[in-house]
Design a protein around this ligand. Structure first.
Ligand SMILES: Cc1cc2nc3c(=O)[nH]c(=O)nc-3n(C[C@H](O)[C@H](O)[C@H](O)COP(=O)(O)OP(=O)(O)OC[C@H]3O[C@@H](n4cnc5c(N)ncnc54)[C@H](O)[C@@H]3O)c2cc1C
Length: 355
């Protein structure tokens, strides 16, 4: 185990922002995780678990403790659940937490396995996906995760969670709510459908697929994942080397869920019907991007070197050399304007580190 001191964290994040980690180590195995966490415990250090750094805002002062980067690799050869009795049954993929998520999506699509094709192009690691129940374009990982293996920092043992035990909800799980910081995910098992049809639930994706296959034939998984990537690239939501609009953490705010009554109040403020998605009985989910635009922010609006992306109102970007303080000042300004106009407090999606 090679523990480094005062390691700059900015290069490990998609924002490219943040000071150094007092201590830094990369774990390539479950044994490394046990050893590194023991080392931190003996010294009474704070611990932060780093995946791909695509959902973080690290403070300018950095992190005064041990940053443990998850480097566990490997995709176990997929297995049918019951190949004899259920030849059409789902395939199980056991994937190490440090694998690149998008590589795994590509692998599944190449294998002809459906279930995560709409999640193509999302940066970060496999271990990060159950934490906030990653989702986009009509899919979320909660629909395919069978099991999550993790190290319990409190009890010092490895444990496994079924899908129900993960307590998934919109951008939530037990790992980022009730038991935040308690578990280190080491492997995630996904059930995918060999020969399954792609999910075409999201209107924007449905329209794009109609343009591609107007005759109404069912598009392939490859076509759907490629289309998702194209839509993402157009919004700066795909990491492309040298593209300043993707120096972000993706969506900076969650889409708020409000009651029908609140919806009516918002409609009255703007004197038109707000766009929304159903979110359970008596509730709707509002696009945070729409609220932000209605509160007066346009794409490209900037505060110092922090800005609203020129291609997507929901992403805040580092124009180059932005500090974490600048980013947060911009986020505060947006939140205050949305609250003043609509009485809604937006919730940040990225995790704050070292604040
Ligand atoms: C351009 C762009 C587009 C994005 N689009 C989407 C999108 O469409 N949908 C979406 O849901 N998200 C999106 N994101 C956010 C992000 O990619 C996901 O949340 C991703 O799953 C984060 O994984 P990570 O490995 O980068 O985690 P990190 O950013 O490294 O960490 C995020 C949190 O997860 C914890 N964590 C990470 N790995 C582990 C582990 N192994 N065990 C325990 N805790 C862990 C960290 O401690 C931290 O609290 C986007 C981000 C960017 C930059």
């Amino acid at each position: 185990m090679h523990i480094e001191e005062n390691k700059p964290l900015a290069p490990f994040t998609t924002f490219g922002i943040g000071g150094p980690a007092r201590w830094f180590v990369e774990a390539a195995s479950e044994d490394d995780i046990v050893e590194a966490t023991g080392w931190a415990r003996e010294r009474e250090l704070k611990l932060f678990v780093l995946g791909g750094g695509s959902n973080l805002l690290v403070s300018d002062a950095g992190f005064d403790g041990l940053v443990l980067r998850i480097g566990l690799k490997g995709i176990l050869a997929p297995r049918g659940t019951h190949p004899k009795t259920e030849p059409e049954g789902p395939w199980l993929y056991g994937v190490a937490a440090g694998e690149d998520w998008d590589h795994f999506v590509q692998r599944a699509v190449e294998d002809g396995c459906a279930g995560i094709e709409c999640l193509a192009g999302i940066p970060g690691t496999v271990g990060g996906t159950p934490v906030q129940n990653v989702g986009a374009y009509g899919q979320e990982v909660a629909s395919t995760i069978g099991l999550v293996r993790a190290f319990d920092l409190r009890e010092g043992v490895f444990c496994e969670f079924t899908n129900a035990e993960c307590q998934f909800a919109y951008r939530r799980s037990r790992f980022n709510t009730t038991e935040r910081g308690r578990y280190i995910v080491t492997r995630v098992d996904y059930y995918l459908r060999p020969g399954g049809a792609p999910t075409l639930r999201y209107a924007e994706l449905q329209r794009a697929m109609l343009d591609l296959a107007p005759e109404g034939r069912q598009p392939s998984l490859t076509e759907v994942s490629a289309t998702v990537r194209r839509i993402r690239a157009a919004k700066g939501m795909l990491l492309v080397e040298g593209d300043p609009d993707c120096r972000s953490a993706g969506s900076f705010f969650k889409n708020p869920v409000v009651s029908e009554e609140q919806l009516a109040q918002i409609a009255a403020v703007v004197d038109k019907e707000p766009p929304r998605f159903p979110a359970g009985p008596g509730q709707v989910k509002l696009p945070a991007a729409w609220l932000i635009e209605q509160a007066g922010f346009t794409k490209g609006y900037s505060l110092g070197a922090a800005a609203v992306s020129r291609r997507h109102t929901l992403a805040l970007v580092n124009l180059g050399g932005a500090s974490a303080a600048e980013l947060l000042a911009l986020a505060d300004q947006i939140n205050a304007a949305v609250e003043a106009r609509f009485g809604i407090q937006l919730e940040m999606e990225p995790v704050l580190v070292g604040f």
